[in-house]
Write a protein that binds this ligand. Sequence first.
Ligand code: OGA
Ligand code: ZN
Length: 380
Amino acid sequence: MNNKVFAIKKITLSSTAVSIIWEDNKKSLFHFLWLRDNCPTSFHPDTRMRIFNILSVSKDIYPMKIKKEYNRLIIHWSENNHISKYDLKWLRNHCYTNKNSQSTVSKKIFWKNNLKSKLSLISFNYEKIIKYEKNFIQWLELLTSYGVTIIKQSPTTTNSGFKILKKIGTYRETFFGTPFEVANIPKPNNQAYTSDALSNHTDLPYYEYVPGYQFLHCLKNNAKGGNSTIVDGFSVANYLKKNEKEIFNILTNTEVKFKDNDYTQKSLRIFYSPIIKLNLQKNFDEIRINLGAMATLDIKSNKMKRFYEAYRFFYSLLHNKKYLVEFRLKKGDLLCFDNRRILHGRASFNPHSGNRHLQGYYIEREEIYSKLNYLKKILI
Ligand code: OGA
Ligand code: ZN
């Protein structure tokens, strides 16, 4: 950035804020309490945490004197004889008047079945990600924008998926254990542990906080059948938002009952949530949908009919060719996806025709975003 951006042309004071006009003619307002709260002395030099208590000054604190000195702004405060010295670059970078979004989390790219022809775009080589930071960052960026990537040629020894998770941060434990073994077993405690087809779903919707990302590591896949499917739940929800407003309202506003009644567990998990959850900015936060984990519904009787219509409509779109990408996991592939956005499924397979064994891991979204913040040196 050129130096004009960080140089001050003019400083004025209003009754609540310092107004700065920068040399590039952009204007920033900095409110008195905000400035006092963010004085460099407010932070512990080692812990980097704020030690300044906002109640140690009054709400009426104001600058008695203010001046520019080289590349700093100096403020003498009206209380406690305190002097604050702000680096101009820091101030400009933290201007909240023209909010410059500092999030390193790349913008989400919604996709449909056209991703099928671009699978190479979301495919990465394991060794490169492990060895080179540049490739590691690229992979994480794509993972957060498309919500899905495939890491190829990874080692296939038992539990070897841990290495990539530990490179990111802390994995998320669940009662299924880490990793969980996706294979056809006798007396299965989950549909995934059969050779049956799994329609597109998100995992563990009965948790209050559903695991953010899921990594499915393919160790063996030489049985007949068992192809994988993925669908961008946000992309389909976005279609509803634009074209089927009533259905969208029902799916974002109806709390649906999810449950897990696993016979190996001494707990009965129940959680209510809308199928499409929005955040305060009305952006998509998460999708929860899972045929096997949907409980016996107890929606109000005057809402039940319309709910089932809306649910059926969404569910059929989530299996529509227009949105679906089908592919086959190969030994050594690590399918990584946002479990609160991307649905996954599989075709049935013949367990007598060969072996199919995946190991699954969960890791939170925040672990991935935090690693990106760190590697991309986001300003704080
Ligand atoms: C799962 C799952 C898909 C597969 O374990 O949650 O959906 O391909 N597995 O076996
Ligand atoms: Zn699953």
